[in-house]
Ligand binder design. Structure first.
Ligand SMILES: CC(C)(COP(=O)(O)OP(=O)(O)OC[C@H]1O[C@@H](n2cnc3c(N)ncnc32)[C@H](O)[C@@H]1OP(=O)(O)O)[C@@H](O)C(=O)NCCC(=O)NCCS
Length: 169
């Protein structure tokens, strides 16, 4: 198993991975066009046969804020640490870009907590991020939970229980 930056030839496999879970409403569906346009954002997990078995993307929003999105692991390989490996690799990518805060919106909050993320109120994320959400059929009643990993512990309140801190722009 190996994790590497995605290549255009990986797009059909990434598309299929995401489609499988999007049909179960666990993820937002992405078109092939969107995937080609954002291919530089993706990391993929490759098995020993060269097959794409996992993916994740890091989408930069602002000078110190990025979103971890499009995380998926082939069902047959779940529970073996591939998801955590992708999440960690994504955090390393953010560090290389000198981005100190990564957030995600997900139904798999427990998994992200195991990976060092903590829950925050969605309202603590900057409005800029909702541009994509408004295109989703579930907006504004989606059940996704916001989690962050940050180098700045003062940046977000814990579970939104203390005074809110406005971030980004
Ligand atoms: C969520 C997902 C990426 C996890 O990947 P995975 O490879 O199965 O996860 P890992 O094996 O790396 O698990 C890491 C830890 O999280 C735990 N975990 C995994 N899925 C979990 C979940 N849904 N809820 C709570 N904990 C979970 C594991 O037990 C493991 O715990 P440990 O610290 O005791 O070892 C995978 O289940 C998936 O692709 N789901 C469908 C798509 C999806 O929901 N994507 C999420 C974001 S949009």
């Amino acid at each position: 198993m190996n994790i590497r930056p995605a290549r255009v030839g990986d797009v059909p496999a990434i598309y299929e991975l995401i489609r499988t879970f999007a049909e179960r409403r666990l993820m937002i569906r992405r078109s092939m066009g969107e995937l080609y346009e954002s291919i530089r954002e993706f990391l993929v997990a490759i098995d020993d046969d060269g097959r794409v078995v996992g993916c994740v993307a890091l989408h930069v929003f602002w000078e110190d804020l990025a979103e971890l999105r499009c995380l998926a692991v082939d069902e047959s390989l779940q529970g073996r640490g591939v998801g955590r490996w992708l999440v960690d690799a994504c955090w390393e990518s953010a560090q290389e870009l000198q981005i100190g805060t990564v957030f995600t919106l997900t139904h798999a909050a427990g998994f992200f907590e195991r990976c060092g993320y903590r829950q925050v109120e969605k309202s603590e994320l900057p409005h800029k991020i909702w541009n994509e959400c408004v295109r989703c059929p579930l907006f504004p009643n989606c059940q996704e939970i916001a989690l962050v990993r940050t180098l700045d512990p003062e940046r977000f309140s814990v579970n939104g229980t203390t005074e809110s801190v406005v971030v980004g722009a």
